[in-house]
Design a protein around this ligand. Sequence first.
Ligand SMILES: *Cc1c(COP(=O)(O)O)cnc(C)c1O
Ligand SMILES: [Zn+2]
Length: 415
Amino acid sequence: MSFATGLICRECGTTYPSDAHYACEFCFGPLEVSYDLAGAKEAVTRESIAQGPNSIWRYGALLPDPGVAPVDLGAGWTPLRRATRLADVLGVKELWLKDDTRNPTGSFKDRVVSVALSSARRLGYATAACASTGNLATSVAAHAAFIGWPSITIIPADLERSKIAMTAIFGGTVLGVEGSYDDVNRLCIELVAEHGDWAFVNVNIRPYYAEGSKTLAYEIAEQLGWRVPDQVVVPVASGSQLTKVAKGFKEFIELGLIDGPAPVLFGAQATGCSPIATAFANGADVITPQRPNTIARSLAIGNPADGPYVLDELRLHGGDCGSVPDSEILECIRLLAETEGIFAETAGGVTIASLRQMIERGTIDPTKSIVAIISGHGLKTLDAVVDTATVSATIAPSLAAAEDALRFHQLVAAS
Ligand SMILES: *Cc1c(COP(=O)(O)O)cnc(C)c1O
Ligand SMILES: [Zn+2]
């Protein structure tokens, strides 16, 4: 059973029933799911959670629609691992990586889609759709295939070929738009007006979708032995993940499952699309939209819907937001792979490079514990690395040629 009570406007607090609303009728503010946490306190315990499945649905009581059968391809309960070799390179004491490459379709988006489509099914929808920078489209297409729904996923036409293939393979309709994600999003808002009977997971059922990101916070706390880390670094596109990670930690503290204070959250963006990092650095309240130009396509949202809430969260608790160039993104994909054996997509490079940047400028404390969220698998953005990650040498099939090459690479002693 769920302790969700309905929807609430994040601006004016007007409440709504748990239906297909997504914007406030009075102030047009975004809605979010509200819960009876006082009522949940007795039922939701460390023990009751630990008895749940090894997926996000172990936290079903704190999600909107666990129902009898949630749409569960197995999202979540991904490894949280101590990263000692990377910690040494970065000069930090306690570093953990939340390895969300290990999700059914290789990104954290499986969390939000699993929740969104479970709610969509309860609300009576039978078609899944989305506006996507790539990973969301893949996850929506996969989950829709899993429950036999048609899907319409809408992406920028020039996305990475691997991401397009990973989406199209599930057999839904994939529309490539000649434009940026922000053009795609605008189009989807128009489409919702025409096709209100389609569940656009991140538009007309966005309040439910967003809740899936809370499970990152829940898992981090549980996997650390019911303890909060001091600092968490979160990649930022629309800003939904960061604001809901904050919500997840706050709910766990309110439920008495962990002791506060909540961790300080830090954002991570690519300089080629850093509207939130820029507003934060300038002390601005208003986010100036940016036309994206970066290899981190999954984070390339120039006009982020949750931007103002991310700024509030960072400012309220002494956070910061990194902004890193493409060269450092590539360097840090390699650094993560070489030190920890994790191959991340470009967003993972953004997270690690931003972590390094914020340690260098002193906003992240290297003596306190840190969790970095690695949100997508490297196979999704192979294009970014194929030119530099290649064979060490091409040789004739002979022992002499092999020995020559190994000598050149100083793997055997020179004779
Ligand atoms: C979508 C995405 C994010 C963050 O998305 P938000 O819109 O900020 O919630 C982070 N990493 C990857 C790999 C993504 O696909
Ligand atoms: Zn309102």
